[in-house]
Design a protein around this ligand. Structure first.
Ligand SMILES: Cc1ncc(COP(=O)(O)O)c(C=O)c1O
Length: 394
């Protein structure tokens, strides 16, 4: 494979890109450096482009079924990359992971019943609970000197009134990759309280070299029966291979009754799972994308280190997490002493940078901004230089 060059600019304007063409609507100006919504600016791997091109040789785009190759690609990917042996019947195709968060609320908690999330967290977690009229139970992450931690004491209390826990693993926006011991502690509480868990592992493949992702569902260690009965996992190649617009993911659900419940939730809105192009892209990613992904991870880790060092050296008023995974970094801007509206305005109008406001991920994100590092390093350098200059004007 010819190694991809992630420094090559890809013109995304004019492609109906939310990240680029949506800037006027989101930021009130079309010229901000867009480092917000979590898609990356890199061309997706050649194997995906080739698979779509080949499918395009055929002029009919009819309804699709899920071929054996779809299932096998999932089974092989998780066996090879995550040492997790998945059975074919556990795999349930789904449109997006966010849809599956909604489906899990419908399937595993009744109206008004409690669902635990750990903010600051990817905003559709709360959205799914609210839109399905379940009760959000918040277990905020605790910020320590060495990064964010789960609050197990509070979790123990909340679990008594909950039916479902939604885990973000790795965690968007703070970039934590949960360790085995942390996941075991979480499982212990969840099992004692008979919670269902949906583990959103969409970022499982975007993990940097010092960390190791653990699939909650594959932990074992005496939890096998509980994991098989009550834990479901959402996965997708969409983030790792930069094909989120194609919208195909899957759930891994070992328990037949849980599969039926999820299926029933999806049937409520007759959600159609796959289209001919998303299918071939999904399958090509998991079958052939490994080498490209390894190259991407090196580049992203370089971006992570670049931002971390630059903030430490040149932007003393900011602090930044040294993300362990994801393509996201969590900027602590509280020392700028701006309220959230003023911080947003400062980033947009003084610095010309389009970030995701921390408040979007819960009130625990007040004073923070989320930076998407899935872009050329040069673009990140421009943004940090602009923020440095902007701070001097405060
Ligand atoms: C944790 C997490 N889950 C889900 C999604 C979106 O998944 P999908 O596009 O498949 O709905 C994102 C996108 O940023 C995410 O960060």
């Amino acid at each position: 494979m010819l190694l991809p060059n992630f420094d090559i600019p890809v013109q995304r304007e004019g492609t109906a890109s939310l990240k680029f063409d949506g800037r006027q609507q989101v930021f009130g100006r079309a010229d901000v450096n867009p480092l917000w919504v979590a898609d990356m600016d890199f061309a997706s791997p050649d194997c995906i482009q080739a698979a779509i091109a080949e499918r395009n040789q055929h002029p009919v785009y009819g309804y699709s079924l899920l071929p054996d190759s779809f299932y096998q690609s999932v089974i092989d990917w998780f066996a090879t990359r995550h040492h997790w042996q998945i059975k074919r019947e556990w795999i349930v195709a789904a449109p997006g992971v966010v849809s599956s968060l909604h489906a899990a609320c419908l399937a595993f908690a009744g109206e008004g019943e409690g669902v635990i999330i750990q903010p600051p967290v990817y905003h559709p977690f709360l959205g799914a609970i609210q839109k399905t009229r379940r009760q959000p139970l918040l277990n905020p992450l605790q910020a320590g000197v060495d990064g964010y931690r789960m609050d197990f004491q509070q979790l123990e209390i909340l679990a008594r009134d909950a039916r479902l826990l939604m885990l973000c693993s790795p965690h968007n926006p703070v970039g934590r990759v949960w360790r085995r011991d942390e996941l075991l502690q979480l499982l212990d509480i969840a099992r004692r309280n008979k919670l269902y868990i949906i583990s959103d592992d969409i970022h499982a493949d975007l993990v940097f070299s010092e960390s190791k992702h653990t699939m909650l569902a594959a932990l074992g260690e005496g939890f096998e029966a509980y994991l098989a009965e009550r834990v479901i996992t959402a996965v997708s190649p969409n983030k790792s291979f930069n094909i989120p617009g194609l919208g195909l993911s899957c759930l891994i659900i070992p328990n037949a009754e849980s599969r039926q419940k999820i299926q029933a939730a999806y049937d409520l809105i007759a959600a159609n799972y796959a289209n001919p192009l998303s299918l071939v892209a999904f399958t090509a990613a998991y079958q052939q994308g490994g080498e490209w992904l390894d190259a991407l991870l090196k580049y992203l880790q370089g971006n992570r280190d670049f931002v971390f060092n630059k903030v430490q050296q040149g932007l003393p008023l900011l602090k930044v997490s040294r993300s362990e995974g994801t393509c996201l970094m969590w900027l602590d801007c509280r020392s700028l002493k701006l309220d959230d509206a003023a911080l947003r305005d400062f980033m947009i109008n003084t610095c010309g940078v389009g970030l995701s406001p921390g408040l979007q991920f819960g009130e625990q994100g007040s004073g923070f901004m989320r930076l998407n590092i899935g872009t050329r390093r040069e673009r990140l350098a421009e943004a940090l230089t602009a923020i440095e200059a902007g701070i001097k004007t405060l």
